[in-house]
Design a protein around this ligand. Structure first.
Ligand code: AKG
Ligand code: FE2
Length: 213
């Protein structure tokens, strides 16, 4: 994972015995970066190694939907595919359940309610993107909360900038990397995945606590 132009060490793409991804320990190698206005991001590059089989399974089996969003008086397609698994719904792969539970356990002290829902997004190529926004539908608009993102597939940039304007921070998320937005991040900062001239497909998994969308 790179941020602000600094290259962080990446793990070799080690694959588990049965060709399954290996979930590295979360406690080691996670680093918090405090941002202005009470926000922070935790970075854990290479949380999963050998994640290609998971990426391929999810790309092939998740019932992807093309989102549409109303803008002014027209409805436009949102350039990416999505699938949403609300609280209480079984996740599309047992490994995602394990990741969600490991995140809930790791953050239990700061986030007693844990992570309960998962949003999946598929950016098919460099033209797919998501515009500047905060996850502010629900209590992220009023309270500190967390959104944990696991990236699979091709590297893409996740940008953050203070909501009132200011310099943006750029985090390049590669396959297997974890980035957690916390504190006031959803209400005092915006984030985006900008378009790029060319990219292979990238899949993003966002785990959220109850009432955060
Ligand atoms: O692609 C990502 O990792 C971010 C997606 C996102 O911000 C969202 O769906 O709310
Ligand atoms: Fe978001």
């Amino acid at each position: 994972m790179t941020y602000a132009g600094i290259q962080e060490s990446l793990f070799d793409a080690a694959v588990g015995e049965a060709g399954e991804p290996v979930v590295q320990p979360l406690g080691s190698g996670i680093r918090r970066r405090r941002l202005e206005h009470g926000a922070w991001v935790d970075l854990r590059p290479g949380w999963l190694t050998g994640a290609t089989p998971l990426f391929e399974r999810l790309t092939a089996t998740v019932p992807w939907r093309a989102e549409r969003r109303r803008m002014y008086d027209v409805t436009l397609p949102v350039p990416r595919l999505t699938a949403h698994y609300p609280d209480g719904h079984r996740l599309p792969d047992p490994l995602l359940t394990r990741l969600r539970d490991e995140l809930s356990a790791h953050y239990a002290r700061e986030l007693p309610e844990g992570f309960v829902s998962a949003g999946l997004c598929l950016y098919r190529d460099g033209r797919d993107s998501v515009a500047w926004h905060g996850d502010r539908i629900g209590r992220g608009a009023r309270q500190d909360t967390m959104v944990a993102i696991v990236s699979l597939g091709a590297p893409r940039q996740l940008s953050l900038r203070p909501r009132g304007g200011g310099e943006s921070l750029r985090f390049t998320m590669s396959g297997g990397d974890l980035l957690v937005m916390g504190g006031s991040c959803q209400r005092t900062w915006d984030h985006a995945v900008p378009k790029v001239p060319a990219s292979g497909p990238r899949l993003s998994i966002q785990f959220r606590p109850p009432g955060v969308l």
